[in-house]
Design a protein around this ligand. Structure first.
Ligand code: PLP
Length: 376
């Protein structure tokens, strides 16, 4: 299988598997006896390793079970901690559903939600200067999961710091791909997910400054500074840390290699399909290529590619198997029909030149077939 869905999940790294298997023998890290102390030392090593790689203090690293959980803890928790100060919540129209559905939920609790728009290239902007007034919490993703567009989160953080508004960054697509220095972002919290950079699935991180800290969503043993109660998954933490270490160590060479593949792919698609719409802007992750094909259905493209042994996705979640136009691309101004004919090709550390050439060979035929099949 030629795998072009690394943005959804990537192959678990051998280093992560080893660290994960080794740590799977560990006991409860809260135990007072030798076995507990040993588990705790493995956990704290993982915490220190992650902290060094994302530029924060070890105490700021909270292990969670997913990126979705980290986003939920940050946004609901900061809202709870701050809703008496302001009812405003600022987010963007292009967030992943882990954030988008969460801020929509906060609206049902009384939040006045303000969604920043994105321009036609997929970049979030602030036309009404909503950052100049304090809010309970503000959030913006660092890189978009569908298009790969990289947002200027440092600039947003700087503006928000002036009003003392806590800032949450969804960095799930960025960890292991771009250098991160949490301490320089003016962010309060930041979410990451192990399985996006070669760690185990079911292991995430929330980086949370000491103050203001999110109020806990669930109560219990008070682990992870009380922000995320529940016995910590030591193996998950060790696997995540090992994967992040390897991803950061090879970041420069991988990103250079993938950037070349990305250019090859875009040039070949544009040459073979003149009416293609490229939804990935120049300033984007080197892993993402998002295109829309007029007159073709995203589902047809996926199924036809699958029949050639190529795994790719439309990039947007589909409900009950029904292909819906991507909310993100609609927000960027694409028409409903064009947004429905979308294909996301995402690469990762295991992608080879052979994979890319194979895709380049099959894609024009697949696109022609999907166009003949038309729209449902
Ligand atoms: N945020 C973004 C930008 C994502 O791409 C994803 C996963 O696709 C998530 C959050 C959710 O992460 P997880 O799969 O670990 O819950």
């Amino acid at each position: 299988m030629r795998y072009f869905d690394h943005a959804a999940t990537t192959v678990m790294r051998e280093s992560a598997r080893e660290a994960w298997c080794k740590a799977s023998y560990e006991f409860n890290p809260a135990g007072q006896y030798q076995l507990g102390r040993r588990a705790r030392s493995v956990l704290e090593d993982a915490r220190e390793q992650v902290a060094a790689l994302v530029g924060c203090e070890p105490i700021e690293v909270i292990f969670t079970a997913s990126g979705t959980e980290a986003d939920n803890i940050a946004l609901k928790g900061l809202w709870r901690a701050r809703s008496d100060v302001s009812s405003r919540v600022i987010s963007t129209a292009i967030e992943h559903s882990a954030v988008f559905d969460t801020v929509r939920y906060l609206e049902t609790l009384g939040a006045n939600l303000e969604l920043l728009p994105a321009d036609s290239s997929g970049f979030v902007y602030d036309p009404a200067d909503v950052f100049s007034e304090p809010a309970a919490v503000a959030t913006c993703m660092w890189a978009n999961n569908e298009t790969g567009a990289i947002q200027d989160v440092a600039q947003f953080g700087e503006k928000l710091a002036r009003t003392g508004t806590p800032f949450h960054i969804d960095a799930v697509q960025v960890l292991g791909k771009l250098p991160i220095k949490f301490s320089e972002l003016n962010a309060t919290t930041l979410a990451g997910s192990g399985h996006k950079f070669g760690g185990p699935r079911g292991a995430g991180i929330l980086i949370a400054k000491r103050s203001p800290a999110p109020e806990p969503l669930f109560h219990g043993g008070g682990q992870e500074r009380g922000i995320r109660s529940g016995t910590v998954d030591v193996a998950g933490a060790a696997g995540l840390a090992a994967a992040l270490q390897e991803a950061c160590d090879e970041m420069d060479s991988q990103q250079r290699r993938l950037r070349e593949f990305k250019c090859l792919l875009i040039d070949a698609i544009q040459a073979a399909v003149p009416d293609v719409q490229l939804n990935t802007p120049q300033h984007s992750l080197s892993t993402h290529v998002n295109i829309s094909i007029p007159g073709a259905e995203g589902d047809s493209l996926i199924m036809l590619l699958d029949s050639h042994g190529i795994a790719a996705s439309t990039g947007s979640a589909c409900a009950n198997g029904v292909n819906r136009a991507s909310r993100v691309l609609l927000a960027q101004g694409l028409s409903e029909s064009l947004a429905r004919g979308t294909l996301r090709l995402s690469m990762g550390y295991t992608t080879t030149e052979e994979d890319v050439n194979y895709l380049i060979d099959k894609l024009p035929k697949v696109i022609a077939q999907a166009k003949r099949a038309g729209m449902a």
